[in-house]
Design a protein around this ligand. Structure first.
Ligand code: GLC
Length: 559
């Protein structure tokens, strides 16, 4: 079927693989690239079109790959460069695309560049990182009040050279200095290296942190204690000079130009930026010449209520009208798993999938979401996650309260547990008798691929049906969206229309955000039920239909 003239990345569906947790092929309890290759048929069959991999580059793994030691080599525990090339080829052979995770902001402190940089003030690599004298007199205080994203000063003293280096994230992740043209050149070359190997796109890690103020001015004060999607201010400081710097925004155009001029077909970049929608829009460029996509993390905490969903749909349409396009993301390797956030119910998870796969935007599915993988409650004290470890002295009950009230967890291990392939010991992730790097989430015996593949009405099969419908129907993958704000339907129902001007065709989407049966009476007769969260989709009665509790349905009416 014709798929229209829009670039492929606007119509695609992305699946995030966390390599360490996907499939272990060697029996050491750690996922690897050959393991991933063995599961590509599963992803293709599911209906995934693009796969984004969290970093598998050479790294000391202190932040599990987000601390890179060599951008052009693969971490030995995950495989070799040849394995990576095979992965790229195998993905392309299945008509899918591959997205690499680029950590441009910082390297590992074990990267040879940083080792050279810290060796002497006169080393040619000194200027590759952000070094500064401490505050006078004595210089034994950090240069200014800049805080890292993980609380505390982001400045770290290096005694041998009596200066401080800046790290936006953790101390072992020193920031590169993008005011140095050699750094810009090297990192753009690195991206081109992977493009020439076949990368179809990049996910850009904390891309909002690339530049800082070149006068090193103190950040202003703020009243906010905790950050949110609405403001990055926290701990009573507003990161004016360290996040979303005008030079960072200008750099997005440089990146876009490098990607667009590389060669055909088009590639895309999606930026990790935690910010309100107007700022996210700036990252995409006033004339769409910046990042192709940004994550809108506003959806992470979206309430399963019709009013909230309608509101977010409207906000996205307001801020990202075509040719811009929003993303739909509900979980990732840093955040609470969606199904646990919305109460654990399969019906609600199906409805959530229906929303994600039918609204205008690019869906990002986090591995295991399709079988209802839950957050695994793990104590902070014994975490492997370096962010959680920073807070290990705080009593666990405080985190438990935060989890209950805010549905947030400081311990990122909880959402990174091994993929649940089947009901056997270790869930088919690694052989029985081996300790997986993180413990399996207990519900894996019911919530796994093998069990759900055999249940027609499972969450997994619901994902498959919607992914399939989305793939073959232009209104769903390329259409405009009109949100119904009338009161034609019950208030718990979200209704929108997807219509494709390019290829023609229109569908109506109805999502029931309530636990009740609801009657829909259409102005014209029903032509066809395209797909529903339940099977069989019964109840067609000419001009109306009954929506069961939490049902999501796509229909064609006789227009
Ligand atoms: C991003 C990544 C996260 C990582 C951090 C530092 O937020 O998603 O996992 O720890 O950046 O690179």
């Amino acid at each position: 079927m014709k798929r229209g003239n829009q670039p492929w990345w606007k119509k695609t569906v992305v699946y995030q693989v966390y390599p360490r947790s996907f499939k272990d092929s060697t029996g050491n309890g750690i996922g690897d690239i050959p393991g991933i290759i063995s599961k590509l048929d599963y992803l293709a069959d599911l209906g995934i079109e693009t796969i984004w991999f969290s970093p598998f580059f050479d790294s000391p793994q202190e932040d599990f790959g987000y601390d890179i030691r060599n951008y052009r080599a693969i971490a030995p525990e995950y495989g070799t460069l040849q394995d990576c090339e095979a992965l790229i080829n195998e993905i392309h052979a299945r008509d899918m695309r591959i997205v690499f995770d680029m950590v441009l902001n910082h390297t590992s402190d074990q990267h040879p560049w940083f080792l050279a940089s810290k060796s002497s003030k006169n080393d040619p690599k000194r200027g590759w990182y952000v070094w500064h004298d401490g505050r006078k007199p004595g210089g034994k205080k950090p240069p200014n009040n800049w805080k890292s994203m993980i609380t505390g000063s982001g400045w770290h003293y290096h005694e041998p050279t009596d200066q401080w280096y800046w790290a936006q994230f953790l101390p072992f992740q020193p920031d590169l200095n993008y005011r140095n043209p050699e750094v810009r050149g090297e990192m753009l070359d690195t991206m081109k290296f992977w493009l020439s190997k076949g990368a179809d796109g990049f996910r850009l890690d904390i891309i909002n942190a690339i530049y800082e103020d070149d006068e090193f001015r103190d950040n202003p004060r703020s009243w906010r204690l905790l950050p949110s999607e609405e403001s990055p201010a926290m701990l009573f400081t507003n990161p004016k000079y360290t996040l979303n710097h005008p030079d960072t925004l200008a750099f997005m155009r440089v990146l876009r130009d490098a990607i667009d001029t590389f060669d055909d077909p088009s590639r895309f970049m999606v930026g990790e930026v935690s910010a309100p929608l107007p700022i996210l829009k700036q990252y995409m460029g006033e004339s769409g010449d910046g990042l192709n996509l940004t994550f809108q993390f506003q959806s992470l905490s979206l309430k399963m209520r019709a009013k909230a969903v309608r509101g977010l749909l409207e906000d996205y349409e307001e801020w990202f009208p075509a040719p811009l396009i929003p993303t739909w993301v509900f979980s990732n390797h840093d955040r609470f798993r969606r199904i646990s956030r919305i109460g654990g119910g399969i019906l609600q998870a199906k409805l959530n999938a229906a929303l994600q796969l039918t609204a205008r935007g690019v869906p990002f599915i986090y591995y295991g979401e399709e079988v209802g993988m839950e957050q695994h409650h793990l104590p902070v004290k014994y975490s492997k996650d370096p962010v959680a470890l920073k807070f290990k002295h705080i009593p666990q009950f405080i985190f438990n309260i935060a989890r209950k009230i805010a549905k947030e967890s400081i311990n990122r291990d909880e959402c990174r547990t091994p993929m649940q392939w089947n009901a056997s010991e270790n869930g088919g992730f690694c052989p029985a008798g081996v300790d997986p790097w993180l413990p399996m989430t207990p519900s894996y015996r019911e919530r796994n691929v093998a069990v759900q593949e055999n249940e027609p009405d499972s969450l997994l099969n619901c994902y498959k049906r919607f992914l399939h419908a989305r793939k073959i129907m232009p209104p769903l993958h390329a259409g405009d969206m009109t949100i119904d704000t009338s009161d034609a339907y019950p208030s718990h129902v979200v209704h929108f229309i997807r219509e494709c001007r390019e290829t023609g065709g229109r569908v109506d989407v109805f999502l029931n955000f309530s636990g009740n049966d609801l009657d829909l009476n259409f102005p014209v007769p029903l032509k066809e039920i395209v797909v529903s969260t339940r099977i069989p989709a019964e109840g067609a009665i000419g001009n109306g239909i009954k929506l069961t509790p939490w049902e999501g349905i796509v229909v064609q009416l006789q227009r």
